[in-house]
Design a protein around this ligand. Structure first.
Ligand SMILES: Nc1nc2c(c(=O)[nH]1)N[C@H]1C(S)=C(S)[C@@H](COP(=O)(O)O)O[C@H]1N2
Ligand SMILES: [Mo]
Length: 324
């Protein structure tokens, strides 16, 4: 297998020239109007429409770059695709790579229901069509005290929420993973209560950092990372990033979520990365960057995984020790 290393991939390879120029035009317009670059980037320059080929490792086109990306060096393609948590394919870190190879993420239907004006069952290709692809290089901090830097390709969940027009009753967005033990061998064991579920408040779901990812390293999302579509919320522990999404539901009440259901004392609903609140069985103060070598020292974990400037306001007045 050809493993691409970060140094081999330049942004110009993943960002089409057309989109890149459009985005620059747009940012310039925003700057003239007094808008910030961050505000400008939240709105797509032109509607190209997301297209994701079916073939494995196919290159994604019309991907713009994002000012939200970290400039830290991404982990290798190999690290990102061989050290995974995806209990539907086994509980070991190598299990998803080994057991998800034959998984077919097509045809794929995503059902949108609950308190929204636009609901229904959508084929994956139709579901992603209204949105524009961006690359977002994000830090990911797992609750097990390791981290990676991953170049995702996806689109803001805020755009998706806006598109489906939730009503004033909608306070949360709930997601579910495919529940099919014939296709997901790990579901034959009750390592979790299936299907895997996660949820965000509407404010979290519409924060510009939150994305639905359909690719990584400029290519179609590998099965073990959650093909064809998964959630990425960079200021929260990795388990909030639900993979293999088949349902999105707008609810009034707070939905039950998988890790909180299984160990409520260990995994809270919010699961914001917080070095000051230990997991009952280990400290969250430091983290090990995967691939940084046997002798690399652990690094300090940052509040909200370093994304506090963009998200701390969401939790004003909330006691983060109790609401972990
Ligand atoms: N459906 C589903 N989604 C899931 C999981 C899972 O077991 N099932 N594991 C979570 C956990 S604990 C982490 S750390 C991330 C890992 O994402 P990655 O393997 O792409 O790095 O996926 C999350 N999403
Ligand atoms: Mo995790």
């Amino acid at each position: 297998m050809l493993i691409k290393k970060p140094a081999d991939i330049r942004p110009s390879e993943i960002t089409s020239k057309r989109n890149y120029l459009n985005r620059r035009e747009f940012i310039r317009a925003g700057a003239i109007a007094g808008g910030s670059i961050l505000a400008a980037s939240a709105v797509p320059a032109t509607a190209v429409g997301a297209v994701v080929p079916e073939a494995r490792r196919a290159a994604l086109t019309d991907v713009s770059s994002s000012p939200f990306s970290t400039d830290e060096a991404p982990n290798s393609y190999e690290d990102i695709t061989t050290y995974n948590n995806y209990y539907e394919f086994g509980t070991g870190k190598a299990d998803p790579f080994e057991n998800a190879q034959d998984f077919e993420p097509r045809p794929w239907t995503i059902t949108v229901d609950g308190h929204a004006e636009r609901t229904g069952a959508f084929d994956f290709d139709d579901f992603i069509k209204p949105f524009d692809l961006e690359e977002r290089i994000y830090r990911m901090r797992c609750v097990e005290a390791w981290s990676m830097v991953i170049p995702w390709v996806g689109f803001p969940l805020a755009e998706v929420v806006k598109y489906f027009k939730p009503t004033s009753k909608a306070k949360y967005v709930a997601f579910e993973t495919l529940n099919d033990r014939a296709r997901m061998p790990g579901q034959r064991r009750r390592s979790l209560e299936w299907p895997y579920r996660e949820s965000l408040t509407i404010a979290e779901a519409t924060n510009p950092l939150t994305i639905l990812a359909v690719g990584l390293y400029g290519e179609v999302l590998p099965n073990q990372n959650g093909a064809p579509i998964r959630l990425v919320v960079p200021w929260k522990y990795g388990f909030k990033g639900i993979k293999g999404i088949v349902r999105m539901r707008f609810t009034e009440r707070r939905p039950r979520t998988s890790w909180n259901m299984s160990q409520p004392r260990e995994y809270g609903f919010y699961a914001n990365v917080n070095p000051n609140v230990d997991h009952p069985r280990w400290s969250q103060a430091r983290e090990r960057r995967i691939g940084s070598g046997l002798f690399a020292s652990k690094q300090q974990t940052l509040m909200f995984n370093g994304y506090g400037d963009q998200v701390a306001d969401l939790y004003k007045g909330l006691d983060l020790r109790r609401n972990f």
